[in-house]
Design a protein around this ligand. Structure first.
Ligand SMILES: [Zn+2]
Ligand SMILES: [Zn+2]
Length: 278
């Protein structure tokens, strides 16, 4: 099964997210389980959780086709004690939400080291991932590759590898590859999408790819910038995406559109699903 769909809104109730995805013909989707720009959000209500689970089943989704995204405030690599505490608490809260919703994996950015060395930031990130995994049984974590501006970690496979190698609960950790971030970080997904994926798989193995974010890019190769564009309208171009969705290794993992123009989502899903089936 190929799971393709957008990051849909959970405005009003998380239980609306699967319905919004289904309406677009999506076979998978992403969502935020709380307001992604706030430290505190009300707890999920039992009625929303059961409605979410019912809508998932009714719409033909499964935990394997859904990849919730953690909020942007969390910085697992923070050197600041107060920020690290807040990040840990929110990260744990988001993990618990995911498990309560009957889902398996949360997608999160590895963060920024801000000061000192990248190695120290990597250690802090790994440590926090382990702490969250120990606090939230049943949760898996997908670390998302980044475009790598400033002190942001995780833009190179070497850095993702360094984070993973410091983690104790390795079997519960994998990665999400975002194509726009790959491109920004200098991986030429336009010129050689197969080569980029092959180099990921030869380093980590197939089972470490927990999901992908399929985004075209407004900014050039190696720009270290993160500016998403609709599929086919950016500097990566449509061909790369048609190639990626045909790969055997991306079957059965969520392939998420975080493209900016919602009015194009239906068409993007259709075209990618069509290409995957051929
Ligand atoms: Zn992300
Ligand atoms: Zn992404």
């Amino acid at each position: 099964m190929i799971h393709i769909g957008p990051h849909v809104s959970s405005q009003g109730s998380v239980s609306f997210a699967p319905l919004r995805a289904k309406e677009l013909g999506a076979t998978g989707f992403a969502l935020f389980t709380k307001n992604q720009r706030q430290w505190r959000s009300p707890e999920l209500k039992e009625e929303d959780i059961s409605a979410f689970k019912k809508n998932i089943l009714d719409s033909g989704y499964s935990p394997k086709s859904i990849l919730p995204h953690a909020g942007y405030l969390i910085n697992p690599a923070s050197p600041n004690e107060e920020m690290a505490d807040k990040s840990f608490n929110l990260f744990m809260d988001e993990g618990q939400r995911v498990v309560r919703l009957g889902l398996e994996t949360i997608n999160i950015h590895p963060g920024a080291y801000k000061e000192g060395s990248m190695e120290e930031g990597i250690k802090r990130c790994s440590l926090m991932v382990d702490r969250v995994l120990e606090e939230v049984p049943g949760l898996k974590i997908a670390l998302e590759n980044t475009a790598g501006a400033g002190t942001i970690i995780g833009s190179k496979f070497e850095e993702l590898d360094a984070i993973l190698s410091e983690i104790k609960n390795k079997d519960r950790v994998g990665f999400t590859l975002d194509t726009a971030h790959l491109f920004g970080a200098g991986y030429d997904v336009k010129g050689d999408p197969d080569g980029v994926l092959d180099s990921f798989f030869s380093r980590f193995g197939e089972d470490k790819l927990f999901g992908m974010h399929l985004n075209d890019s407004k900014v050039p190769l190696s720009s270290n910038k993160d500016r998403h564009e609709s599929i086919g309208l950016g500097l990566i171009g449509k061909e790369a995406f048609l190639t990626i969705v045909k790969r055997r290794e991306v079957m059965n993992i969520p392939l998420i559109l975080e493209t900016p123009d919602e009015s194009r989502w239906k068409e993007e899903i259709n075209e990618l699903l069509g290409a995957a089936e051929r």
